[in-house]
Write a protein that binds this ligand. Sequence first.
Ligand SMILES: Nc1nc2c(ncn2[C@@H]2O[C@H](COP(=O)(O)OP(=O)(O)O)[C@@H](O)[C@H]2O)c(=O)[nH]1
Ligand SMILES: [Mg+2]
Length: 598
Amino acid sequence: MMHIVATAGHVDHGKSRLVRRLTGMEPDRWAEERRRGMTIDLGFAWTSLDSGERVAFVDVPGHERFIGNMLAGLGPAPAVLVVVAADEGWREQSEEHLEAVNALGLRHGVLVVARSDLADPAPALAQARERVARSSLGACEALAVSAETGEGIDELRSALRRLVARLPEPDHGARVRLWVDRSFTIPGAGTVVTGTLGEGSLRVGDALELGRRPVRVRGLQSLGEDHDAVPARARVAVNLRSTPVDAVGRGDVLVTPHAWHWTREVDASLHGCVAADLPGELTAHVGSGSWTARVRPLGDGFVRLRLPEPLPLQAGDRLILRDPGRRAVLAGATVLDVDPPALRRRGAAARRAGDLASTEPLGPSGPRRVDIAREVERRGAMRPRDLAVLGVPPQDLLADVLGVRHVGEWLVSESAWQHWQSELLAAVHRRIAEVPLDPWLRLEEARRLTGAPDVATLTAAARDAGLEVGEGKVSRPGVRPSLGAAEPGLQALERQLSEHPFAAPERGQLDAWGLGARELAAAETAGRLVRLVDDIVLLPRGPALAMRELAALDQPFTTSAARQALGTTRRVVIPLLEHLDARGWTRRVDPTHREVAR
Ligand SMILES: Nc1nc2c(ncn2[C@@H]2O[C@H](COP(=O)(O)OP(=O)(O)O)[C@@H](O)[C@H]2O)c(=O)[nH]1
Ligand SMILES: [Mg+2]
């Protein structure tokens, strides 16, 4: 197993020298760093403990000017080595780095008083202990060492062994999110990015996204060795195919494709600050990067942060908020919602803060469990993949959750389901009352009215509510079109047709009876008329009566013979014969003759 530990502490307090002593490797990689005797960028070195476990150190700069680099190293690391010089004691960047540790909610660390050959370490130890105890590290192990004499180094190695044993196991199957802390080119191999892999695994050949562009893993290294696969946690160098080196840099992020919700807006809770004191614009450090974020206080220690570009964030992510003008860490923020609802109405912000407060308290740092019922409730319906990108692990996606129904490919909240059903019942009743001639509601219209995600899901809700669904329409079971006011007119038509079955009335007569196209269509749907074309109508038994007369004619017969036999007009007989042809009861033998089919 590999573990990652970042250093923290004031400049010149002995961090790099200590890492060198522990690993035998030089963490200050740049000529300028060695010339100036100062860490500027992140350094990397590693060692094996007696237990066989490996510890990779991310050595950070202590100088105030390089706080951005420091946070890039600290952000993705799960544990920290806080270093204080015995001869200097607690200083500004000791405090600043501890604030960052605290903002990130890091709980795993060791406090080391270094350079203890230069002064009695006891006062610095006591002072630092007292500070650290008030941070998220709490009462962590603390000891004095000298990189010069080697005093305390064995004890430190033991303390590191105990430290890494307490770190939670990473999930090797989790989606990948690698915050890039370095990028460079290797002649012949192309672009390489490095980072701390906190969860999941990487394999050669993996398709990933860098930012939002697809990339492919061409090669992997961890601690200087090639690998086909690297499981978390690890320091990893990823050689990317067809990625120009200037397309990638610190703060970029390499992720499992389609597995993350990319967001510009998050709701977060604050630590160590009240929202009212925050400037409207500040620097937010996330992972290995930093962005200018706009802050909207929601009230009660909650804020909405707006980022300049979408980032793959999840609930539980920790951000460090700094004032771009003043250096100091202003607050830590914990992401609570990566897909926050729009705040439109008056008082919405305060209500939102109340909602967020009820999602507290937070567990320890790390991805936060997404409350499936709550997420589905807020949106009414979600697909499993919508939940997965919010960070719900695959095994939880299909679990039964109180208040959530599985309907086809959707998860639907019980209250949305009931809401759709009551909206639907009301709309169906309205339709029956308002359009009695056509008392069926189109499903697509019903879907829009209810806000259900699709017609299939709404159909399930309609059936569950006892409604009848068919041919893209929904209504009460057994509902028939009602002629209502047109009933007397229809009865007059029926009387005329039962006396003269083929004397289909003309439009003027139909109008006089109040029978428009819609009424005729409704009467036809109700099975009381047959429409030959448009407004030429017979009783349903008319075609069969016609067949009786036509069968008695000499076969084949002409249209005019048929007209005379039926005692009607060409206006009626032509569509009637075509109707009979279509039913297969008569057929044409030549352009002027038909016969009754046998
Ligand atoms: N005497 C002594 N000097 C040390 C010790 N550790 C570091 N130093 C010196 O302190 C200075 C700063 O150390 P460095 O590791 O670069 O500090 P960093 O800025 O915290 O990384 C260097 O001159 C080191 O040689 C130690 O244990 N004993
Ligand atoms: Mg250094």
